[in-house]
Write a new protein. Structure first.
Length: 119
């Protein structure tokens, strides 16, 4: 059987209540130098992703959109090997365009995959 690597609407946190639950009751926080991942108990039977990447931390839309694309891609590739958790990424502090944020995102998702493997 081949593995499906998709990122559908059902794989995302969509409304503010879902985000609030993860922020208010995280079971784990995974820190990077520039990013922070909140991990909460899943309300569904699959892992889901939420992105809270603000203009205050990353001024340029191109930087925010690039980080969102990288995060969604890493989540899409690791989602099938995660236990059911809700994950929300925020940016702790801004960075310049020369910084390779992709490596930091990959490392954060590697940690998440180790902490919450699928059964």
């Amino acid at each position: 059987m081949t593995q499906q690597y998709t990122f559908d609407k059902s794989d995302r946190l969509l409304n503010p209540n879902e985000f609030k639950k993860v922020f208010d009751q995280p079971i784990k926080k995974v820190h990077g130098e520039h990013c922070l991942l909140f991990v909460g108990k899943a309300q569904t039977n699959t892992a889901r992703l939420g992105l809270a990447i603000t203009k205050k931390k990353l001024k340029h839309a191109v930087d925010r959109n690039r980080l969102k694309r990288l995060t969604r891609e890493h989540f899409r590739l690791t989602q099938s090997s995660l236990s059911p958790v809700d994950v929300v990424m925020i940016v702790k502090k801004g960075y310049d365009r020369e910084f390779d944020i992709g490596a930091e995102v990959a490392e954060i998702f590697r940690k998440i995959k180790q902490m919450y493997p699928s059964n």
